[in-house]
Design a protein around this ligand. Structure first.
Ligand SMILES: *Cc1c(COP(=O)(O)O)cnc(C)c1O
Length: 490
């Protein structure tokens, strides 16, 4: 049986992996999902002898069935090229927990794991499908995706990229990282609104037939680098398997014993990758969904009702300030036993009424999922606690997960996805660890973090600090379409 991709809103739609990657989102507005979840094709006992790259190959080969071995290996090569740690995603023990450091890529956040490789997938996919059009990557970001996508696509032939971010919804450092982005094919635009506004409008642009036609007339076609693209999700499965490998290799687990995973969650992409890893046969007991004060998912997993009708809160973990977690749609599709009509109803209810309620059976089938949330005060206390008890510094996103995980800790190893370097969010780190420090500017704040963590500046910091600001556009939501057309000269 060959693995293909369906839409969550139409089970009969069927495309290849490369077509799903090129399109980003299905034409009916649904998300592409694999026709089945393949079993891990490496015996668990052999994992300790495998490199990150070998595990990556095993995973990608099972999901990207129309890519050749040579093509996949060329893609996988980006990890040794672009990541600063030889382990790619090292697992670090601190106190009772294991922090899976996903931030050793070019923009020091976990988005790099997927966005370093996605441009490679797209270039190959375009060739494979004899695509004559250039791809236009349209992306809404709550901070980290934007920069990682910009770096990934910078000057990649046959692609252009436009990133929209909420003007007051990202950190000063994140904004600086984006506004200093070089490249002849890149555009960065701030919007007056929050992340959900930006994401909804990007989705609307994807579904806009006039825009598609105008672009097609100019040999352009839209694509997405958001985590709704299946090409972003699949590379994220790899590091959960690699984390299990590292626990085996250090004798923290024996073959077949289970670990727990706790993930700071926004758009539900990272935790969904962990779910896929579990479904592939990786011994994961609990999938713990950690939210900040935008805790829609916490309520959802406890009650079965998803309700976005609530106040949107700006927190110290902006990449998780999300009320509509797009990738949850994929989980619902699997839980409903691929009932695409039902998913369509839920998604209509979500956009019309702002809520939906899943069946009791689906909620029961989601029993491996647990959920919890952290307040802003919990986050600051957790950064402090981990630093005091384990001399380890975590960023506010990781702190959300670390706090939630502490309530679920038992004898099983707890793997916490550490999604950003503490350098990326100096304000929160300093509030926790140096409350008396009066930050006058970004540079002195970063230097203070360096003193506290004893870690040298990653290259990403040097680059953002020395780079020249080259973008300055701010538009309203209704002007986003025009911003796209202006940049593309259509
Ligand atoms: C994107 C992001 C998250 C949320 O990940 P999702 O896959 O959207 O759930 C968490 N932390 C950081 C630092 C991020 O950049």
């Amino acid at each position: 049986m060959t693995l293909t991709y369906h839409s969550t809103r139409n089970k009969d739609l069927k495309v290849t992996a490369s077509q799903a990657i090129l399109a980003g989102i299905a034409p009916d507005g649904g998300l592409f999902v694999p026709s089945f979840i393949p079993k891990l094709n490496v015996p668990l006992a052999e994992l300790p002898h495998k490199s990150y790259e070998e595990i990556a190959y095993a995973v990608l080969q099972s999901f990207l069935t129309d890519f050749t071995e040579e093509e996949l290996k060329e893609c996988i090569h980006v990890y040794s090229e672009k990541f600063s740690d030889a382990a790619i995603t090292p697992l670090v023990q601190a106190g009772n927990s294991y922090y899976l450091e996903l931030f050793h890529g070019p923009t020091i956040a976990f988005k790099d794991v997927a966005l370093s490789i996605l441009p490679k997938f797209m270039t190959i996919a375009a060739k494979k499908n004899k695509n004559k059009n250039d791809s236009v990557i349209l992306t809404a970001t709550s901070g980290d995706t934007g920069k990682a996508a910009l770096v990934g696509f910078q000057d990649v032939p046959g692609t252009k990229i436009i990133v929209f971010y909420p003007k007051n919804g990202v950190s000063a450092f994140q904004e600086r990282q984006m506004l200093t982005q070089k490249g002849t094919n890149v555009s960065v635009v701030a919007i007056e609104g929050n992340f959900d506004d930006a994401q909804s409008q990007v989705k609307a642009l994807f579904a806009d037939p006039d825009l598609r036609q105008e672009l097609a007339n100019h040999h352009l076609q839209l694509s997405s680098a958001n985590s709704i693209n299946i090409g972003r999700l699949i590379p994220q499965i790899i590091y959960y398997i690699d984390a299990y490998k590292q626990l085996l290799a250090t004798n923290k687990l024996t073959v077949g014993e289970e670990m727990d995973v706790c993930v700071p969650t926004g758009n539900f992409g990272n935790i969904l990758a962990a779910y896929y890893a579990k479904e592939m046969g990786l011994p994961i007991a609990r999938l713990i969904v950690a939210s900040n004060e935008n805790n829609v998912l916490t309520d959802f997993f406890k009650s079965g009702t998803y309700n976005r009708n609530r106040e949107f809160v700006l927190t110290s973990s902006p990449s998780m300030d999300i009320l509509v977690s797009s990738n949850l749609e994929r989980l619902l599709y699997h839980l409903s036993k691929e009932n695409s009509e039902l998913i369509e109803t839920y998604m209509t209810d979500l956009s019309v009424k702002g809520q939906y309620r899943i069946t009791a059976q689906m909620l029961q089938d989601a029993e491996a999922f647990r959920a919890g949330s952290a307040t802003e005060a919990d986050v600051i206390n957790e950064i402090k606690r981990v630093h005091t008890e384990a001399n380890y510094t975590i960023d506010p996103h990781t702190a959300v997960a670390s706090f939630v995980a502490s309530h679920f800790q038992n004898d099983r190893p707890m793997v916490i996805a550490s999604t950003a370097s503490p350098y990326k969010f100096p304000e929160a780190v300093l509030e926790a660890l140096a409350p008396d420090f009066e930050s006058t500017d970004l540079i002195s704040a970063l230097k203070e973090v360096r003193t506290l963590t004893h870690n040298p500046f990653p290259a990403a910091i040097e680059e953002a600090l020395s780079g020249e600001i080259v973008h300055d556009k701010v538009v309203s939501i209704s002007e986003m379409k025009k911003a796209v057309k202006d940049f593309l000269h259509v």
